[in-house]
Structure formats: C-alpha cells, structure tokens
Design a protein around this ligand. Structure first.
Ligand SMILES: C[S@@+](CC[C@H](N)C(=O)[O-])C[C@H]1O[C@@H](n2cnc3c(N)ncnc32)[C@H](O)[C@@H]1O
Length: 176
C-alpha cells in the first residue's frame, strides 16, 4: 500500500520539534512522503540528512495550499484517512483501510476545519481521548502495516543497526 501523510495547521514554524517528529515517524513507520504547509524549510535538510545516513528516499514536500492538495489527492484516487479523536475507533475500520491501495493520512496541529471531516473517507480515532499527532500517526501506521514496516530495508544506507540484546552494534557501510 502507498502511504503519504499531510500535516495541516497554521504557524507550524513555531512547532519545529513536533513537526520533525511527525516527519520522522512517517518515514520510520512506512510512509513514502510527508506534505506540509508553512513549516520551517530546515526540516527538509534534517530529513535529507537522515536519508543520507540511514537510507531510503522518504520525501518532504512543502506546499502553499493544503486544501488544494487534499482535493488533488482525492482526485488521484487516494483514500483520505483523517486522524481525529472524534472519529470512529480504529478497531472498527482497520480491516477496510487495509484493503485500500493508496491512503493520505491527515493529521492536525490545531483545530481542524469541518471540511476535512467531510472530504475524509475515514475519520479515525486512536481512542476517543486527546493525545498527539505523533502518537496517533504511529499507532495508525503500525495497525495498517502490522509491523512489516520494521522489516523494510532502507536502500543506500551508510549505517545499519544490527539488533542486539545489549549494547549498540552499527554497520558502517562506507568502510570496505
Ligand atoms: C493536539 S491535537 C489537536 C486537536 C484539536 N483540539 C482538534 O480539535 O482537532 C493534534 C492532532 O493530533 C491528532 N490526534 C490527537 N488525539 C487523537 C486521537 N485520540 N485520535 C486520533 N487522532 C488524534 C489529530 O490529528 C489532531 O488534529
């Protein structure tokens, strides 16, 4: 399944750390791209550096108009999965979502306008208690991919971790 993430909300520039974490979770949990508006452009460099060292070709796209983007993704046959505490509990919709070919996961940074609820194919709650876009995204992606994202090889990595019970084992692929 192709998975992209759209983070919406204003003045994300002031919210750099959360924005970076949303991007890192998207990358590490199996999405191929994050799309954001009004973010600090440095985030692109941060993610490029992560890709350079740890591999893969996860993309960051910075846009001017998320409403247009949402409509255009819908026209490209992406199913819109909006994460909101007001939605249907993940347990009751996950089987349907898993059958989709392409999804655009929408997360908010502040109050999300009504039209997002209307355009969404799924308004999904990771429980009906408020928490955060970072945790909501991680749980959704893990439920969708059922842990398979952690087996994925990130191509052209300079470093690769060899999992161990204790300590840290890292393969440096730049050394022959
Ligand atoms: C800090 S919350 C802001 C919530 C905001 N008060 C609202 O009414 O949308 C930021 C984002 O985290 C996500 N989120 C928080 N709790 C959630 C939950 N229980 N289920 C799904 N998504 C959640 C949503 O995407 C939300 O837009």
């Amino acid at each position: 399944m192709k998975i992209e993430v759209l983070r919406i909300g204003q003045r994300l520039v002031r919210d750099d750390r959360v924005t970076t974490h949303v991007a890192l979770v998207s990358r590490a949990f199996g999405a191929t791209k994050i799309i954001m508006q009004e973010v600090n452009p440095d985030i692109k460099d941060t993610i490029s550096e992560i890709n350079r060292v740890w591999g893969g070709d996860f993309e960051v796209e910075i846009i001017d108009n998320w409403k247009k983007m949402l409509k255009s993704k819908k026209n490209q046959s992406f199913k819109i999965v909006h994460l909101t505490m007001y939605g249907e509990i993940i347990n009751s919709v996950i089987d349907e979502i898993r059958k989709e070919e392409q999804i655009l996961v929408v997360v908010g940074a502040e109050k999300v306008p009504r039209e997002v609820y209307d355009i969404a194919d799924y308004n999904v709650a990771i429980g009906n208690q408020p928490h955060s876009e970072i945790s909501a995204l991680a749980v959704l992606l893990d439920r969708v991919l059922d842990g398979r994202q952690f087996l994925k090889k990130h191509v052209n990595a300079q470093r690769e971790i060899i999992p161990t019970k204790k300590g840290k084992k890292v393969l440096d692929k730049t050394i022959d």
